[in-house]
Design a protein around this ligand. Structure first.
Ligand code: PDD
Length: 284
C-alpha cells in the first residue's frame, strides 16, 4: 500500500480523507503538477514548482509555495514508496470552507495539499518503438489552459473518444489549428523544421516543452513556434508529443492518416535521447 501525503501528514492511502465540502471536489478549485521520477530522482522539479506558483497566483490564491518544503515532501514520498521510475502527483485546492458557496472562503482557510506517487515505466516502453495514434477533436475547454487546474473532464472525454475510435489520444483543434494533446504538447516536423504552437493562454506551458526546445537548440535544429493546422499535421514528415510523464512520444497516425513513414521519426528520437541525457544529469 502506498504512503501518501495529506496536509502535513504521511498516511497509508486508505487513511487519507478529504471533506465533502472541499473546493477541489465541489468546484474543481484546485491546481496540480506531475513530476517525473527516474532512478529515484526528480526531473524538472524547479520548473514544476514555478508553474505551480504561477497557477495559484493566476487563480487568486495568496499562498506562497515553499520550494524546500515541497522538495522534502517529494523526496520523502520517493523514499517511503521506494519509487525508482514513475511520477509524483501534487494537488492543492482552496480548502474546506465547511459549506458550499460560490464565493471564495476567507483567505486564512488552509489549502488542501495532497501528494502521491504513481509507478510507471517511462523509458524503454513499446511507445518509443511503435508510436501513438491520435484523432483530432474540437477543443471545448475554457480559455485559461495555461493554468494547470484539475478541471480535466473535457480532456478525459476526448481521451475516451480517441479510445472508442481505436486511437491512443486526441489532439484538440480550435478554429482549424491544433492546440495540444489531452495531456501533452503537440509538434510536427516538416522539411527538418520543428513546428509547435506558441505559448499563450490557449495551451499549457509544458515543462517538457521548454526542455525539449532547449535540446533542439543544442542540436541546432530549426524551431518555429506558431499554430499549425490539422491538415498540415497530416502532411508532416513526423509528429510527436511531450509531457513530463511521457517525455517525447512519437505520433505515427493522425485521423487514420499515416504520418511520414508511419514509424517514429529521427527528429523525435534524437530529441528524446538528448532530453533524457540532459535531464538525468540535472535530476535532483
Ligand atoms: N499533463 N498540455 C496539457 C493539457 C497537459 O495536461 C500537460 C501535462 C502538458 C505537458 O506539460 P508538462 O510537459 O509540463 O508535463 C501539456 C500531465 C502530465 C498530466 O495531466 O498528467
Amino acid at each position: 500500500m502506498r504512503t501518501v501525503y495529506l496536509n502535513g501528514n504521511y498516511v497509508p492511502e486508505n487513511e487519507a480523507h478529504i471533506s465533502v465540502f472541499d473546493r477541489g471536489f465541489l468546484f474543481a478549485d484546485g491546481v496540480y503538477e506531475v513530476t517525473t521520477v527516474l532512478n529515484g530522482k526528480l526531473i524538472g522539479f524547479d520548473g514544476h514548482i514555478e508553474r505551480l506558483q504561477r497557477s495559484l497566483t493566476e487563480l487568486g490564491y495568496k499562498h506562497k509555495v515553499d520550494r524546500e518544503e515541497m522538495l522534502a515532501i517529494h523526496r520523502e514520498l520517493v523514499e517511503r514508496n521506494t519509487l525508482e521510475q514513475g511520477m509524483i502527483y501534487l494537488q492543492m485546492t482552496r480548502g474546506n470552507p465547511g459549506d458550499r458557496d460560490f464565493a471564495f472562503p476567507p483567505e486564512d482557510t488552509p489549502l488542501t495539499v495532497v501528494l502521491f506517487t504513481q509507478e510507471k515505466q517511462i523509458i524503454g516502453t513499446s511507445v518509443e518503438s511503435e508510436g501513438l495514434k491520435v484523432i483530432s477533436i474540437d477543443d471545448l475547454r475554457w480559455g485559461r489552459r495555461d493554468i494547470k487546474t484539475v478541471q480535466l473532464l473535457y480532456p478525459s472525454l476526448a481521451k475516451m473518444e480517441a479510445k472508442a475510435q481505436g486511437a491512443d489520444d486526441a489532439w484538440m483543434v480550435q478554429e482549424g489549428f491544433v492546440t495540444e494533446g489531452t495531456s501533452n504538447n503537440a509538434y510536427i516536423v516538416k522539411g527538418g523544421k520543428i513546428i509547435t504552437r506558441n505559448l499563450s493562454n490557449d495551451i499549457l506551458h509544458g515543462i517538457t516543452r521548454k526542455s525539449v526546445l532547449a535540446c533542439a537548440k543544442l542540436l541546432q535544429m530549426e524551431v518555429e513556434e506558431r499554430p499549425f493546422t490539422i491538415e498540415e499535421a497530416y502532411e508532416a514528415d513526423e509528429a510527436f508529443a511531450t509531457s513530463a510523464s511521457g517525455f517525447t512520444n512519437p505520433i505515427v497516425e493522425i485521423d487514420g492518416n499515416k504520418v511520414g513513414t508511419g514509424k517514429p521519426g529521427p527528429v523525435g528520437d534524437r530529441l528524446r535521447a538528448l532530453y533524457i541525457e540532459e535531464n538525468l544529469k540535472a535530476a535532483i
